[in-house]
Design a protein around this ligand. Structure first.
Ligand code: ADP
Ligand code: ASP
Ligand code: MG
Length: 422
């Protein structure tokens, strides 16, 4: 009997009515003979509400102790939705049981609010499945070595679902959400965006890492590492649509590079408003400065994304990089207190009003001039580029946040993504 993992996002779990609908859909799959594991997110708005309460009490919730408590707090959202789904499934006449991450257990490291999954014990889940139960496992959370509850970063239920699917060697992981698949760009920003029937794993990885929130980046990394077949589809179709039709709807994340995909030079456009730029000015241009700056940042467990160092003038240079916006103040504080005095740099400045826009496509490997076409489009719109980074299959730029939508729309048009594909 094949085992399937379903993941339902916050909007899909947003009310008891919607949970009932999810239960009916899961029951349909279970009755069709599949072993079912379901990973729900918290009801929509709940994680924000909980974190908002914490902020009222402690506006700068940065200390290790506070981060631990934020995870205690935020993890409750998924516990509520999971229990409600189990109750709804039981009301449908199925045997169902829900578990919090620590009960499974989903073991993580201790990086509170952005923990990484290290192992999943499948014994309890397998025993339940063998007895014909539907097993519900809270998304977004785990437990560390010292039995502290941890969470996996915003959007982390995707990662929980794929990791659970990998641990159980599920035949497929279906990510049910509020759009009917992965689009050429966020359909909420560009209404002309088109759904992709398949997207290559590598493209999805770049799109997710460049800010497409439809899948959390780590879920795509897990899918790649353990070759978990992954599909993104809508939870808003009628629950009783034909199962075969449902199973082939949405967007398949494909591990095969078929010919059709090779033809798309640019498959999608991603954007990210969650970063901030930090520049260390007047740094003496000598070996070791990148290490001194970024080593200190990494030691504080702050992730760095784009990096540039300017050419030096009079033996001094400027060094800029981007971090998550939430860690901007902490990074500046760290640089001012620890790094600047040692470096002999003159100043550190930050800019939170930036965004990153990226074009992604495996066809970029075999085509030249794609990046310059991107730069020309931005220049025609009068948009200044502050930073650039490239990989084999993507080009990203940092621009002023106020031009984000303009840039995404213009690029979507330039690369013919508005056109229906044959
Ligand atoms: P869930 O709560 O189900 O996890 P999310 O809000 O995390 O849902 O992700 C779904 C959202 O991702 C969509 O509503 C859409 O606005 C956004 N999104 C961003 N980029 C894309 C894209 N390329 N294709 C589809 N959706 C996208
Ligand atoms: N509830 C968590 C969040 O809002 C995890 C998730 O939805 O995937 O970020
Ligand atoms: Mg999500």
């Amino acid at each position: 009997m094949s085992l399937i993992v379903h993941k339902y996002g916050g909007t899909s779990m947003g009310s008891t009515e919607r949970i009932k609908n999810v239960a009916k859909r899961v029951a349909k799959w279970s009755r069709a003979g599949y072993q079912m594991v379901v990973v729900p997110s918290a009801m929509s708005g709940e994680t924000n509400r909980l974190l908002g309460l914490a902020k009222e009490l402690s506006p700068a919730s940065q200390g290790q102790g506070t981060l631990r408590e934020l995870d205690m707090l935020a993890s409750t959202g998924e516990q509520v939705s999971s229990a409600l789904l189990a109750i709804a499934l039981q009301a449908e006449g199925l045997e169902a049981v829900s578990y919090a991450g620590w009960q499974v257990a989903i073991k993580t490291n201790s990086a509170f609010t952005k923990a990484r999954i290290e192992s999943i014990d499948d014994a309890r889940v397998r025993a339940d499945l063998a007895q014909g139960k539907v097993v519900i496992i809270t998304g977004f959370q785990g437990v560390d070595e010292q039995n502290n509850i941890t969470t996996l970063g915003r959007g982390g239920s995707d990662t929980s679902a794929v990791a659970v699917a990998a641990a159980l060697k599920a035949s497929e992981c279906l990510i049910y959400t509020d759009v009917d698949g992965v689009y050429t760009t966020d359909p909420r920003v560009v209404p002309e965006a088109k759904r992709l029937h398949t997207v290559s794993f590598e493209e999805m990885l770049e799109m997710a890492s460049m800010g497409s929130k439809v899948l959390q980046i780590r879920s795509v990394e897990f899918a790649g590492k353990y070759k978990v077949p992954l599909r993104v589809l809508s939870s808003f179709t009628p629950w009783d649509i034909d199962l075969t039709e449902e199973a082939s709807s949405g967007t398949l994340i494909s591990f095969e590079e078929d010919e059709k995909m090779e033809q798309a030079i640019v498959s999608g456009i991603a954007f990210n408003r969650d970063e901030a730029k930090i520049s260390v000015l007047g740094v003496p241009d000598k070996p070791g400065i990148a290490f001194q700056i970024l080593g200190a940042v990494a030691n504080a467990n702050i992730e760095v994304d784009m990096i540039i160092q300017n050419v030096s003038k009079d033996g001094k240079t400027d060094f800029s990089f981007t971090v998550n916006r939430g860690e901007h103040a902490k990074t500046i504080e760290l640089l001012k207190s620890k790094v600047l005095p040692e470096l002999g740099a003159s100043e550190v400045v930050g800019d939170t009003k930036i965004c990153k826009v990226s074009i992604v496509g495996i066809g970029m490997r075999s085509h030249v001039g794609v990046a310059s076409k991107m730069f020309k489009t931005l220049s025609d719109e009068g948009i200044n580029i502050q930073m650039i980074s490239t990989s084999e299959i993507k080009t990203s730029v940092v621009i002023d946040e106020k031009y984000m939508e303009l840039a995404v729309r213009a690029l979507h048009k330039t690369f013919d993504l508005d056109q229906d594909k044959a």
